[in-house]
Design a protein around this ligand. Structure first.
Ligand code: MG
Length: 320
């Protein structure tokens, strides 16, 4: 009775001696594996690339390039693709130094010729176990990476609107300031606030308030839609827009577009003093190339302008 082995592996068998190749292939075939044969190392490497075997069984001493060369080539390729194919040497050489050389070249195990079928089968088992463990480890690592990316996304985004949150804004603003300093282009920051939002909540409830904030976020995203623009929920009912490569004239046009879009959307506001629909007050500040403002100065400047917009009667944008 034979031990149940993992079947269906694609195995590359390399030996310049046809009788060795034949007898090993015979055993593997009987165990249900698919065998690919090569009589030399260079040809074996080509077959390796072409068929991506699960395992390589290779002779050591061969004309031209030997088995160690083959193992080194395979490891070099896998270093790039982050893979691992077990390589088992078949050799009559039994001196310890040669064995060490083979492992150093990237081999995983040694079989002594003549290869005994039972030993071969046992080694296949061991290698298959290692391969499965490695695959599992890779799956867990990938899952960890995915979870980390998701955590990072959550840490920088607002759950309600899906926009950047305060922390995401800080990161993007720093990055945008660096980029604009490098390219010597102006950058504009806009802070805006939903007018009479507390009254909206009091009149319609917090659920409606949340819906309103989501819609405001969507509308702002529609206006600031260049890939480099960032829209953030700055807090409560306050939003921030980072506009890289945008001078004062462009910023003013964008502010007009926001007012227009909100007038067009006409989201009803039953308790506003300035309109029958949701409106925004906003403050703009533009940093010209070479002025080297830091994020905190830009935020403070935009906040000043926002305060002025409110003082002037809301439903408007004010810039310096
Ligand atoms: Mg040989």
């Amino acid at each position: 009775m034979t031990v149940q082995t993992s079947t269906g592996l694609r195995i590359l068998v390399v030996d310049d001696d046809e009788s060795v190749r034949g007898s090993v292939a015979y055993v593997l075939d009987r165990l249900g594996h698919q065998v690919i044969e090569a009589s030399g190392a260079a040809w074996a490497l080509e077959l390796f690339d072409r068929h991506q075997p699960h395992l390589v069984l290779s002779d050591v001493a061969m004309p031209v390039e030997d088995g160690y060369w083959l193992a080194r080539q395979i490891r070099e390729r896998e270093r790039v693709h982050n893979g691992w194919t077990p390589v088992i040497f078949m050799s009559s050489i039994s001196e310890a130094t040669r064995v060490a050389e083979g492992i150093a070249a990237g081999g995983d195990d040694y079989l002594t010729k003549p290869v005994h079928p039972v030993v071969l089968e046992a080694k296949l088992h061991a290698m298959e176990r290692l391969r499965a463990m490695r695959a599992q480890l890779q799956a867990v690592t990938e899952e960890l990476h995915r979870a980390n990316r998701e955590l990072q996304r959550q840490a920088s985004h607002d759950a309600l609107t899906g926009l950047l949150n305060r922390r995401g804004l800080d990161d993007h603003l720093d990055e945008a300031l660096r980029m604009c300093a490098r390219t010597r282009s102006p950058i504009t920051l806009m802070l805006c606030d939903v007018d009479f939002f507390k009254r909206y909540n009091d009149a319609l409830g917090h659920g409606a308030g949340d819906d309103c904030l989501r819609q405001v976020g969507t509308l702002l995203r529609q206006v600031a839609r260049r890939p480099m623009d960032s829209v953030a929920r700055f807090g409560g009912e306050e939003f921030a827009i980072i506009l890289p490569d945008t001078p004062r004239s462009g910023a003013r046009m964008l502010a007009q577009a926001i007012t227009r879009v909100f007038r067009g959307a006409a989201l009803p506001h039953p308790a506003s003093e300035v309109a029958s629909h949701i409106t925004l007050s906003g403050g703009l500040i533009t940093c010209d190339p070479g002025h080297g403002l830091v994020a905190a100065e830009l935020l403070a400047g935009a906040d000043d302008m926002l305060y002025r917009a409110k003082a002037l009667g809301r439903n408007q944008f004010v810039g310096p």
